[in-house]
Write a protein that binds this ligand. Sequence first.
Ligand code: M6R
Length: 603
Amino acid sequence: MCGIIGYIGSENAVPIILDGLKKLEYRGYDSSGIAVMDNKGFSVVKQKGRLSELETAVNARPISGFLGIGHTRWATHGEPSDINSHPHLGSQNKIAIVHNGIIENYKQLKERLEQKGIQFVSQTDSEVIAQLAEYYHTGDIMDTVIKVANALEGSYALGIMCLDDPDKLIAIKKDNPLIIGVSDSGNFIASDVPAVLSHTNKVYYLNDKEIAVLTREGVKFYNTDKEPLEKHLETITWSIDSAEKGGYEHFMLKEIMEQPKVLHDTIQSVLGDGDNRRIIDSLDITNFNKIVITACGSAYNAGMVAKYVMERLCRLPVEVDLASEFRYKDAIVDQNTLVILVSQSGETADTIAAMREAKRKGAVTLSIVNVIGSTIAKETDYTLYTLAGPEIAVATTKAFSAQLLMLYFLAVKFAAKLGRINSEQAEEYFKEIASLPDKAAKLLEQIDFIQMYASTCVGYKSIFFIGRNIDYAIAMEGSLKLKEISYIHSEAYAGGELKHGTISLIEEDTLVVAISTNESLYGKIYSNVEQVISRGAKVLFIGNCIKAVPDEKLSIVELPKINDLFSPSLSVIVLQLFSYYVAANKGLDIDKPRNLAKSVTVE
Ligand code: M6R
């Protein structure tokens, strides 16, 4: 939901900002803009459309400066247009800002300013920040920023430049991420680390209502009482390569192919001697009578898989709630409930709200998060980090797989602690989990078949996914993946539910993707497969216990053998590749599907 970057230093800010915006484009891509300051004032270029349009515009009208801010937008207030793009300036052209977030009281603020004769040019909530800043500004930019922050309701990460302070770049945030990068040749603000990683791996994570004042020489931090703050400088250990395509056509394919390594790294973080192991071991599950998992989108689907695994192993009730529902439903949780928040970004607005609601009710919160230092990671009682590295494609793949692993580990560790399984059984389960990276690598060898099969599926208007138990949970993820990047309608059903209505949609040449990894349920799912084939459907059958033989209606992808509890980690790879190649064959913009953004920081 919008990416911001800013730079002050000894180099021309323009190429640095444009390059940073490329790394942030996954956060929003309907328009973008850049503003730089020189001794004559601000030079601004804003452009509707993809970042390439902005680059073309900048090439046509070159600008330069040693201080600048840039923005890539996912529209919330006001359509994507040149005028609604950021940066926004106040009407006296004295202050320029970029904003990520939503200003909830912008209408009231706008009305107040309009009554004072200030004229707005855009339909955005963000312009009010620039106008308000100019209205309050009496000479000290820090005072101005503090006054503005006190007046704003909602969420914001802001980069601010002021003509009266040509040697400063100011940043402040609330409920949206912002990092500060430092280097010998200049200093940076950005929504996410990859935007600055080609310049520095030294970053500060800004907390809510902390102000960063960047100059060419360094950065100083203050609270809103203007008291100086000491902050810890972090060193990012992943390399710039992990945020590059590395020869793949799309980030999504690269990230799918990275999964054996991600699985390996995440396993090591629990079975080795890292923080994840220490945190899991310190959590006493016997204190709880129920687990609630709450999340959005794919992270919710990971929770659905975990429900089956945890309930089977721990014999403890596990509820899974969409975070957007949990936050408003007056959930029955208390100090005896463990609420698990799952989020790649750690910044999803609904999941943050669900976390705060759970805490308000006294529940103990545990998060599974990929982005270090994110809001959810910081605010939960316990935080487990997945080791997926930066995930750039909007459709999650490797981060989802790492979430699944972490949830399996919790299930096995909890079951052992509760005495539902003995230590030998726990070891057996750990061995099974530890075999996943090799099995995932083996499975990826079938990529050519999946690619070829997917190339025959581009014409479908609708595709169904079915499975039973855990296979149903992962079918939901397969269906979400397909619709978000291929724009083909799809639904996931529990196999047994077909006959209760959905089977009426099956006709000649409908495609059904069926998943079967539980031998004891094979007969049941196979009879669903036969039912749909006899009504004209074609079936892609994915599993490791399939006894049927392929024919013109039935195609099979054989998975490596694994305990069915952990099979989603393998079946999902086939589902991801299938969706990817369907979308690729349709020539779609896979990494940036229409209307979506990577981290949904608005409601
Ligand atoms: O960052 P989060 O894991 O909290 O994001 C949750 C969902 O927005 C996310 O999983 C979304 O559904 C993905 N685009 C699915 O591929």
